[in-house]
Design a protein around this ligand. Structure first.
Ligand code: ARG
Length: 263
């Protein structure tokens, strides 16, 4: 979960000049960072977002987020599941605080990782977990493959997680949320070059930075209109100007997710 940013260092040097030149493309026309006390944002609860799951190790130590899409199915990032087994992972629902003991803990009976997944910056960063125990929480709806219009540049998207509140900082004990505008493909390409695979990814963030997902938020939801439309995947640092967060473009994988949800 924490290694992806290393891969971005060399690209950053090359892309920085291009990004500065193309800065106007990076955000929505009205995208000025709204400082909010994730990076930026505010605290919230799993009561407000009941589908928000902690993905933890066997000791219930959180390392990624996930989204409940049916009583026994959780959508997360493939990169969160690298090296994991059904025995090494737990899913915790209904727990707002990392140090809480409340909510529902489930074991995982199956881990489906997109068969083409190799690295988050190559796309296909999606996984579906099958739970051993049903979660008594309202699941989220997710986009269908035809709903590609949800990613129109400038659309407001919501991010959620327990990740670090600054790059290299510490995680948040309480669940946090923020909103960020969807960035156009051209804007994201100008930031990330060929690492941005438009068919599989979508970017969101302010051109001036300041609000973003960060380490530990991976696997969690990008919601558009309250519907799961993306999965926190990667980025250069966190909340840096000119480097929006990169999310899995869920419309591309919706059919495969549905196959897993119904399996
Ligand atoms: N890979 C990170 C994780 O494992 C998520 C990084 C998101 N970065 C960003 N700048 N939006 O949690």
């Amino acid at each position: 979960m924490f290694g992806l940013n290393r891969a971005r260092q060399t690209a950053a040097v090359v892309a920085a000049t291009a990004a500065a030149a193309a800065g106007a493309l990076l955000g929505a026309p009205t995208a000025t960072a709204a400082p909010q006390p994730i990076v930026g944002g505010t605290t919230t609860t799993t009561t407000a977002y009941p589908f928000m799951m902690q993905i933890t190790d066997a000791s219930q130590s959180q390392f990624c987020g996930g989204t409940l899409v049916s009583a026994r199915k959780v959508v997360t990032a493939a990169h969160c599941m690298v090296g994991e087994t059904t025995g090494s992972v737990r899913v915790v629902g209904g727990r707002t605080y990392l140090n809480g003991t409340d909510g529902t803990v489930s074991r995982v009976s199956k881990i489906w990782i997109h068969p083409s997944y190799t690295d988050a910056s190559d796309g296909d960063d999606v996984a579906v977990l099958t739970l051993s125990t049903s979660m008594p929480y309202t699941p989220a709806s997710y986009v269908s493959s035809s709903q590609t219009g949800v990613y129109a540049a400038g659309t407001t998207a919501r991010i959620l997680g327990w990740g670090t509140t600054s790059s290299g900082g510490s995680t948040s004990n309480q669940l946090r949320t923020a909103t960020v505008p969807v960035v156009s493909d051209a804007g994201c390409r100008s930031s990330y070059g060929s690492d941005y695979v438009a068919s599989d990814m979508v970017c969101a963030g302010y051109s001036s930075g300041g609000v973003d997902t960060c380490q530990g938020d991976s696997g969690g939801p990008l919601l558009i209109g309250g519907v799961l439309a993306g999965i926190t995947s990667w980025g250069e640092g966190c909340a840096e100007a000119g480097y929006p967060g990169v999310y899995t473009r869920l419309t591309t994988f919706s059919g495969q997710v549905t196959t897993q949800v119904n399996s």
